[in-house]
Design a binder for this molecule. Structure first.
Ligand code: NAP
Length: 301
């Protein structure tokens, strides 16, 4: 039977509704409007689109959005000084630097310069360490979104064989950590695969839940999965253009062959992508609570 489609667009809509109430409450009770600063260095078109989507999402929710566009030749010192100002700006609760950065700027130094309490991307080593320990922190938006997709679709993770393909710091490794935690959405037995994995298919065929974060179109085909698997396709690959000049997107999963065997699957677009953006909004609202000193309002991890 063809798979159930897990709609990230729909689930993100539900989360946005909840956020609207939280934002209204923050404003009414505390006079606080959550604020997000996004910094874009250079003119990479894909990064420009991502920053634009984040700004639009802020506008739609009533979150104050400050966009800082910097030329590609900006020095690391100047970028660090801008981050320092934003760290101290009381109107800004979340600071996000769009990655990748130009080669002359050290990404790690930049991530470390963001105040961990404003690190709504969840990439600062303090947040990464806390996440691993299962403590309260900002969780990176894409893995956080994947977890919400599973939870809100009532997918049982406890005792499930989860196989992740891809070990990046922003997707593969954090989702591995989250699904190991002793809490809802966790308690799974997790395997992580990468380019040095000897027999990828051996692992993908064992998966009750398969998460593909590879960055190569249609790497996972129907003959690599078992009947009844739940598939989360993180991949966003631009594989061509429509006659109108719009990008044609493909996931890391061959949707047509995998959907015939899967119990449930996320589409691309409309799966993980909208969840990533809404989780950024959620982290920004949590940062606004946190920076009000109302730590009890911030979700316990
Ligand atoms: P990345 O940093 O390039 O990591 C890709 C991972 O896949 C690496 O660990 C790599 O292994 C592994 N890999 C590549 N080819 C493989 C193969 N043939 N077999 C097994 N493993 C393979 O990518 P990323 O940043 O995690 O992103 C992954 C994809 O998700 C991209 O398409 C990206 O655009 C997308 N993405 C989407 C969202 C969203 O919101 N929807 C957010 C983030 C990323 P090695 O480590 O051995 O090289």
């Amino acid at each position: 039977m063809p798979a159930k489609i897990i709609s990230g667009t729909q689930i993100a809509g539900q989360i946005r509704e909840d956020l609207q109430k939280e934002i209204a409450g923050l404003k009414e009770k505390h006079g606080v409007i959550p604020g997000l600063a996004t910094i874009l260095v250079g003119d990479d078109p894909a990064s420009g689109i991502y920053v634009g989507q984040k700004e639009k999402s802020c506008r739609n929710l009533g979150i104050y959005s400050k966009r800082v566009d910097l030329p590609a030749e900006t020095s690391e010192k100047d970028l660090l000084s801008i981050i320092d100002k934003l760290n101290k700006d009381p109107q800004i609760h979340g600071v996000l630097v769009q990655l990748p950065l130009p080669e002359h700027i050290d990404e790690y130094s930049v991530i470390c310069a963001i105040d961990p309490d404003k690190d709504v991307d969840g990439f600062h080593p303090v947040n990464v360490g806390k996440m691993m320990l299962g403590k309260r922190c900002f969780i990176p938006c894409t893995p956080h979104g994947i977890l919400e997709l599973l939870l809100r679709s009532n997918i049982q993770t406890e005792g499930a064989e989860v196989v992740i393909v891809g070990r990046s710091n922003i997707v593969g490794k954090p989702i591995l950590n989250l699904m190991l935690q002793k809490r809802p959405g966790g308690n799974a037995t997790v395997t992580i695969c990468h380019t040095r994995t000897k027999n990828l298919e051996f692992h993908t065929k064992r998966a009750d839940i398969l998460i593909a974060a590879i960055g190569r179109p249609k790497t996972i085909s129907g003959d690599m999965v078992k009947e009844g698997v739940v598939v989360i396709d993180v991949g966003v690959n631009r594989v061509g253009k429509t006659p109108e000049g719009k990008s044609i997107l493909s996931g890391d999963v061959d949707f047509d062959s995998v959907k015939e065997k899967a119990a449930a699957i996320t589409p691309v677009p409309g799966g993980v992508g909208p969840m990533t953006i809404v989780m950024l909004m959620k982290n920004t609202v949590e940062a606004a609570f946190l920076n009000r000193g109302r730590k009890s309002e911030v979700r316990e991890q």
